[in-house]
Design a binder for this molecule. Structure first.
Ligand code: ZN
Length: 288
């Protein structure tokens, strides 16, 4: 049995199953302080029978360098209590020395969406638009880490002309992509979520423009074929289509990938993250 955790800032989704595409039980717990949350997760897994490996797709920033003593840690997160927290090795020990695979939540989701396409190679990005904005990358079939991991949510987009004065909500950068287009930034400007605002409200075009700029940046910089748009804000009806149209307009027919560059909703719906964590478990079991 493989075990998986999609570790988010508000909830942990836990799952087990015999293979990545066959989840047979799942359980969701609220994200409280690390000690209580990790103990509750370990206690649930202990009731699920013998486990072969655990995969974790985690909110971050995280340490992914296998040579670091802090591999598997959540590092500099602003989430209270979670800075410098050992997640992967702590859970491995709590579950009797289980092999653990660990990556960002968005790299896990990107891996799952990549697997769902079928085939070996290929490149895609997964963007989650919710309380924050994160991006995972799979290039030529492999997840991208670089010296840490990408933080696509913190690039600086060009300002939309109807949104010139809003300061932005990112505590680090103000008007980065996350500071302009994540859920809290929508709420701060318009007092409602995107899905609560009327379909003809200017907010839809403004947010779609910012996210489309990020898609264009990914198409132009790393030549991904697809940008998959997940997360709560992305479930706003019509938003993915608006982003796709705006990304095409921004490119103006230049990129050599042409119409093969696509902006799409997740093939796995809201299961990309937990399925990706199952894939990380699968890989950890194979390495063990
Ligand atoms: Zn930022």
């Amino acid at each position: 049995m493989l075990a998986a955790i999609e570790a988010g800032g508000t909830k942990f989704v836990l799952a087990v199953g015999p293979s990545p595409d066959a989840i047979t039980a799942r359980h969701t717990i609220p994200t409280r302080d690390p000690r209580a949350t990790l103990a509750e997760a370990a206690a649930w897994f202990a009731t699920q029978g013998p486990l072969t490996a655990l995969g974790i797709g985690s909110f971050g920033p995280v340490e992914l360098d296998r040579a670091s003593p802090k591999w598997g840690f959540i590092t500099t997160t602003p989430k209270p209590g979670w800075g410098d927290t050992d997640v992967a090795r702590h859970l491995s020990v709590a579950l009797g020395g289980l092999p653990v695979g660990f990556d960002t939540d968005v790299n896990a989701a990107a891996l799952a969406e990549h697997a769902a396409r079928g085939g070996e190679g290929g490149s895609l990005a997964y963007l989650t638009i919710g309380t924050g904005i994160g991006g995972g990358l799979v290039l030529d079939g492999r997840p991208v880490h670089g010296i840490a991991h990408p933080e696509v949510g913190h690039i600086y987009p060009r300002r939309h002309p109807e949104d010139a004065t809003f300061a932005g909500t990112c505590p680090h950068h103000g008007d980065c992509l996350e500071g302009l287009a994540a859920g809290p930034a929508v709420m701060a400007r318009w007092g409602a979520s995107l899905s609560e605002l009327p379909a003809d409200h200017a907010a839809h075009a403004i947010i779609a423009d910012y996210i489309a700029q990020a898609c264009h940046t990914l198409f132009a910089s790393v030549a991904v074929e697809e940008v998959v748009i997940g997360g709560g804000v992305a479930q706003t009806p019509g938003l993915v289509e608006k982003i796709a149209a705006r990304a095409r307009a921004l490119d103006a027919g230049y990129l050599p990938g042409g119409a093969r560059h696509r902006v799409i909703a997740p093939r796995l719906g809201t299961d990309s993250g937990i399925t990706g964590a199952m894939l990380l478990a699968w890989a950890a079991a194979a390495e063990a």
